[in-house]
Every structure is written in structure tokens, then in C-alpha cells.
Design a protein. Sequence first.
Length: 478
Amino acid sequence: MVSSEEVKNSVFLEEDIKVLDNVVVYAKTVSPYKIVQKAFNNIAKNYIPKPFKMKTFYRHYCKDDSLYGRLIEAAVDVYKPTGYGKPKSSLFVNDAIQLIQSRRSYDKTFIRERHAPISYRFVLGSDLAAYQNRQRNPIPYMLLNGSMKYFRAGMKNYNYELKETTYLDGQEVFVIRFSANPWWNSKNMDLEEIFVKHHGKFFIAANNYAFLKLESHVTVGTKKTTDRIFYKKGKDGYYISNIVHDNLFNIDTDNSEISHKVHIELLVNDIIIGEDPEFKNDPITREILAANVYNTLFWDNYVTLSENPLESQIKKDLEKNQRLEGQFEAKSQADFEMYKDISQDYLSLNEILSDSKNELIYIDFWASWCRPCITEFNKSKKVVEAYANKGVRFIYVSLDDRKEKWSRMKNRFGLAGHEHLRYGGYSSILQDYEIKEIPRYMLIKPDGTVIENAPPPTTAEFSQIIDNELKLIGKANN
């Protein structure tokens, strides 16, 4: 018998039937490593296989501590004549880029002398579906450069964990965490040992194993790099839609330590499927930037700019002394004038290299801000003078942008008696001779043979090579 009090305190459930649309059961043995591997293997199938062009917007700003000091914005077209296909080793393989318009503020940051004029190629190279380098020992390159283009070659050096399955843009995705074992690097530019680590997440579609999103975090000592990469699905396949790159590191000054932050965004506004045989490949060198005159009308009508307004604090900091519009125009004109100034030097070096028969020419690529270069000047002064008196022709090629600094430094170290050329940083000559770091030395022998990575003047190897060549010249003249 049930009392009324018991009935009052009871809960009666009404029977109902629910049918689940999809039930996915994953085996305990599912391998996150194999999921990532399959995502790489399926790139050619998942991403646009046809020729297509991307219209992109690039924004880049920097700040020292809390003060913004630099802004770059650019409209750039990228053409992929073979689509994605299998990942290429670099942007220079097949793919082409073309600068449509750019505008740059003055650079008021502490490291303005070392800044690249634009880092477009570096950021676009983060597209891991498009670019994968097969470097044999990829981990040092990947971690020290913060680049995911070495990931596939170094996959086995990482640990993987399937964190969860979730939904992204209406698709079910695997969220896989990856992490490299931390390691110590003691051979990086003669620095003391530094701590290096790398971790992040892949967001991979469960139905077709396409990369949808990537988060990557690299720590090298006190330097931290974060990349976020997003892909979108079009009717012909997936393609890169957005890249966000953040870099934070410390700079030692004479009086204190400054925190320098770099933020770069690359947004794909539109894609155009089909061949474009007229597309001209113009890697964005300083010469290309100098020739690209600031166009107010273009930017006033550039829809992407209105859809992605600049943060008010950035504008406030940069406009302390001059409005941004005035800086864009003045910077464009200054770059053009600098290019005219150094273009004659570029011609001069080409003439020297093409007419170097019967001469022994030693070329030193340097810059006033390069400490190892300056150190070498101090050590090699007597050696250089001794061989100059024996007929060796020394040419110093500066990568300085500022003419006054270049002039002051060459006089300070007693180099005025030798030949000097100035190209500015990030000139096309760096690509022509594959110069990725300085100091860099080249030796042109009397027969025209070029030693592209010649030894520094202070080494025994330098003296040995030069002495041998001088003996050969002496025999040839007798």
C-alpha cells in the first residue's frame, strides 16, 4: 500500500524514444600520429588541385614595450600554377607573388636597422599544406626558426595526444596536441646554452583528414613565437584563409632591456580559379617596394581595409609626430630616392664581376649594425692592408639603409682607402648570391672562378688560398 505522502514525493517518468543521427565509436587503439600522417598524405586530394590565384591582405606592426613603432600594410596576389598538389619545398618552387600596393609608416623601433622591409614570404611559408621542406635533420631548423614547413620531415620526433573531438565550421574534427621533447642548443651563433621547446594543436577533419586549423608555439630561450593558421573549404577544395604570426623577444640596450613584439596577419580575401599565364612573378625585394609608389586612391577604396580597421592605440602611438597618411607618402618617396642612390652600386658590382679577369677580388658583405662584421674589421686590419699591397682588390658591400651610418662606420675603421658599395638591406642581390647572414665573404679568382663562401681574413685558410692564387698570378705574368 502506498500512502498519499509517498505519491506526493515521487517522480513519474514518461517513456520516450530518441533516435541519434550519428554515433561514432573510436577504438582505443586510434593513433593520433597516424591521423596527422594521413592528413599530410591527403593534401593533394583535399586542397585545390587546379591553378588558382589568391588575393591577400598583409598587415604587420611592431612595438617596443607598450609603444607601437612600425606599421606595414600591403595588397599582394599569389598565383599557384599547379594548385596545391604535393607540398613544395619553398615559395620559390612554382608559386609566384606580385605586390599590388603597399604603405609603410616610419620605423621608430629600436631594431629598425635590422628589420626586413616586409616579411610576406616568411609568413606565407607557414602554410604547411603548401610547403614542406625535406631537411634531413629538421628539428633545429623548425624550432629555431619557428617554421612548420619542416614538420613532416621531423614528425617522429614529436609526441601526439588525441585531446578531443569537437566541431569547427560545422565539421567534426580531431583535436590532436603535439609536443617536441625540450632540448638545449649550445651552438647557435656562439651564444650560451638556450632552452628550446615546441608544442601546439592540429584540428583535422574526421571525414576526410583535411587540416582545418593549426596552433604552434615555439620557445627559444626568452623568445616566443606563436602561429595560428586557418583553412577554408571552397567548391574546388580547401585553401589557406588566414595566418596570424606573433613573435616576442627581448633586446639588450645600453641602459636596459626592451621587449619587442611583432604581429603579422595575412588574410586571403578572394580566390580566382583558373590559369593566368600573364601573371608576372616579382619577389618583394627592396627594389620592388621602392618602385611601388603609394596610391591614396587605392587605399581609400580598398574594401578589406574598412572591414579590418586598425586598432586605435596603434594609430595613436604612430601619429604622435605626424599623421599616418603623411608618413606613407614620405616613406614611399624616401624609399624611391634611396633606391636611385644605391642602384648605381648594384650596376657597379655586376660590372666588376663580369670584368674581373686577371684580378684577385675579395668581397666583404657587412653592415654597421652587424657586431661580428665590426669585430672582424678590428682583427683583420693588418692582414687586409698587407694583401692589398700585394695586389688583392678588397671591396666592401654594405647592407646599410642609412647612408650617414655607413659613411661614419667605414671611416671609423679605416676602410676609406678601399672600394665601397652600398645596397641597403634586403636588396635583390641577397637572393642573387643567396646571402642569408653576414658577415659573408666571396673570392673571385683571376680565371673568373667564384668561391661564394670564402673564409674570413683572419683565418689561416684565407692566407693559404690568397698566397696560392698570388703565386699562380706571378707565374702567369712571368
